[in-house]
Design a protein. Structure first.
Length: 391
């Protein structure tokens, strides 16, 4: 157990959703609470189903309790601090600064306006953990704004080498301001899975090869590529009994409804299924035989780490973010960017080669246990916090 002199930190989360960045922050806060003397508060910019878990760890403030819940939409980040709503947010920051924090830790780029306020207006040291790559960064803010505010931040954590390289290249962040600490998962959670019963629950026979995929159903995550993948597998391997299961959205989701329309038109309703987000994702992921990240851009997705931990070989596109950094160590396979035909070939090969499937899965799990879990990564982030606090 690590103990040190106490310091007071404000952690800012973009939201309390069951998605990568908030979940990683929860893992970190739980470790800090158990292993250090840090005192901390939490500011959630948006509510979500994980709010109870945040509240169990420390004083938790929700921005929507201070301002209109629609005033902090991600669509207007670049404008909000020049409006009347922006003035309200500055008052919120001023009120919270009276808690005399030694450091403000921003989780994701959406915390940047807050870090700027706490740093410039209240002279509090700032640290930002960037979970985003170029498309997501530029969606939220202009390149000029990012270059200015990121360089004003005292320290930046990148969650993969792909993120670090992009920050240096695109926003002129000096190397000494950046530290690499990979995203990580909790490998201590206990779970039980009755695979036969779970497959029956989602209407999949026990002899069907399950190809896992998942995340928020959006363009960046490549959810639209499910149909081309299913069609290519059906065309090239007509006797292959498979099903692609997307974890992260049910059939009531608006994007999924659009996809289901095309799926029916293509005659592949028996090849693709959608599973709602759950607080027990490992039980679902454990049903998969392989996992494919269809993302066009993904810093270091937790669902891929969870699949690797559960000994599922992972497949991803080259130049798609951080997961290829894991796969090149033996946790799975990369294929050229958006090369669905190549991805289909790898999936089929794994379905026919039990030894390759097992050995790759075992290597994937070993890597997660060695390098990408809470106990491995959290101490390094804690040291970054201490170094800043101690000057």
């Amino acid at each position: 157990m690590i103990k040190s002199a106490s310091a007071k930190i404000l952690f800012i989360s973009n939201e309390a959703s069951r998605s990568g960045a908030p979940i990683v922050l929860l893992h970190l806060l739980k470790w800090l609470k158990q292993n250090t003397n840090l005192q901390f508060d939490i500011l959630l910019l948006n509510n979500g189903p994980l709010i109870t878990e945040f509240k169990q760890l420390g004083n938790t403030y929700v921005l929507t309790s201070f301002v209109n819940p629609h005033s902090y939409s991600s669509r207007i980040q670049k404008k909000i601090f020049r409006t009347d709503s922006g003035k309200k947010l500055k008052k919120v920051a001023a009120k919270m600064a009276k808690n005399k924090y030694d450091l403000v830790y921003g989780n994701t780029v959406l915390s940047m306006p807050w870090l700027k306020m706490f740093g410039q207006d209240h002279c509090i040291k700032t640290l930002c953990c960037i979970h985003e790559l170029s498309f997501a960064l530029n969606y939220c803010f202009s390149a000029e704004y990012l270059t200015e505010t990121l360089n004003q931040t005292d320290k930046i954590i990148a969650v993969s080498e792909a993120v670090r390289a992009n920050l240096m290249k695109s926003y002129n962040i000096p190397q000494e301001k950046l530290s690499l600490h990979y995203e990580f998962i909790d490998t201590t959670k206990q779970f039980e899975t009755n695979i036969a019963a779970q497959k029956a629950l989602i209407n999949i026979s026990t002899d069907t090869f399950i190809i896992g995929a998942g995340g928020t159903p959006e363009w960046r995550k490549g959810v639209d590529l499910l149909i081309p993948l299913a069609l290519k597998l059906t065309e090239n391997y007509p006797n292959f009994k498979f099903k692609i299961a997307w974890l992260g959205a049910g059939e009531d989701n608006s994007t999924v409804k659009q996809l289901l329309y095309d799926i029916e038109k293509c005659g592949i309703t028996d090849k693709i299924t959608f599973i709602k987000n759950t607080d027990k994702p490992l039980e679902v992921i454990n049903l998969f035989d392989v996992f494919i990240s269809l993302s066009r851009e993904d810093p270091f997705p937790l669902i891929a780490l969870e699949a690797a931990f559960l000994q599922k070989p992972v497949i991803a596109f080259e130049n798609s973010g951080g997961i290829p950094e894991l796969l090149k160590q033996g946790a799975g396979f990369t294929v050229p960017y958006l090369a669905i035909d190549k991805a289909a070939d790898v999936i089929y090969t794994l379905s026919k080669d039990a030894t390759l499937l097992k050995e790759t899965g075992a290597k994937a799990a070993a890597l997660i246990l060695a390098n990408y879990n809470t106990e491995k990564v959290s101490p390094g982030i804690y040291n970054e916090i201490l170094n800043l606090v101690n000057g």
